[in-house]
Design a protein. Structure first.
Length: 258
């Protein structure tokens, strides 16, 4: 081996028993053998099945709980509750990313622009009447909430459910999952924006008008228009709030799109 090849390899870290236990349980959850709402065997039973100590099982359960896959209470005779994979796992991870140096709020908003545009386009082609009705219900809810400042969170929630209905109408379950998670990761920004404007009611009315336009485009089967509306609205909502160095990302997502 040449002298300059010494950095090609690193020492091997032994895998601890609790990691193997956590991996096996996670595999069973992801495979659907342990669906959400089901229970893991009690702690003592897990000790017997895996042939490890109680501290090893408890550490494995702690890892799985930190990942949001289970809810564990020490000494629970029913065993840990399986939560499974949900948008909450993803939105928490995205929320951490926006608070870290790994990604910026501008990048997250641009990601949502991509998701919304594609969800809108596919929903325009694949929606059913029930999907349109869900969208209408959320617009009606937003209209009923557009009067008072105390309704900011409920207004944001209706906004989220509207976009969730679109994503699910796209026929792609991953788009629905990601759309919900991304929206939840930036919902605080939405509420702060609404609370900070001088005329909250007028801002809400403009938002409602945009949602009506998107609904009309989807109902008419006009995918390109629905996609364009999604990108331009997000740019309008967020451009002034993202970091100056990433504003160009948002502008490019609008200008370069067909």
């Amino acid at each position: 081996m040449a002298a300059d090849d010494t950095d090609l390899f690193k020492t091997v870290t032994p895998v601890r028993a609790y990691q193997r236990v956590a991996e096996q349980i996670e595999e069973r959850i992801l495979a659907g053998d342990l669906p959400p709402g089901s229970r893991l065997p009690a702690e003592r039973e897990l000790v017997n099945r895996f042939g490890v100590g109680r501290s090893t099982v408890r550490e494995a359960l702690r890892v799985l709980q930190s990942a949001g896959l289970i809810r564990s209470r020490p000494g629970d005779p029913l065993g840990a509750e399986v939560l499974g994979v949900s948008p909450d796992n993803l939105s928490q991870a995205l929320g951490r990313l926006t608070r870290s140096s790994v990604s910026t709020l501008g990048e997250l908003v641009q990601f949502r622009m991509v998701l919304d545009a594609e969800s809108n386009r596919l929903a325009a082609r694949l929606h059913g009447e029930a999907d349109l009705e869900r969208m209408r219900e959320q617009i009606a809810r937003m209209e009923s909430l557009s009067g008072g400042p105390a309704s900011l969170h409920a207004f944001s929630e209706a906004d989220a459910l509207f976009h969730r209905a679109i994503a699910e109408a796209s026929g792609n379950s991953l788009l629905g999952l990601c759309a919900r998670a991304v929206h939840e990761a930036v919902v605080e920004v939405i509420e702060k924006k609404i609370a900070g404007v001088s005329d909250t009611a007028a801002w809400m009315e403009r938002s409602i008008a945009h949602h009506r336009e998107v609904l009309a485009a989807i109902a008419a089967g006009d995918g390109p228009l629905a996609a364009r509306l999604g990108r331009s609205a997000l740019h309008e909502y967020y451009a002034e709030h993202v970091e100056p160095e990433t504003r160009e990302l948002l502008a490019a997502s609008v200008e370069d799109a067909p």
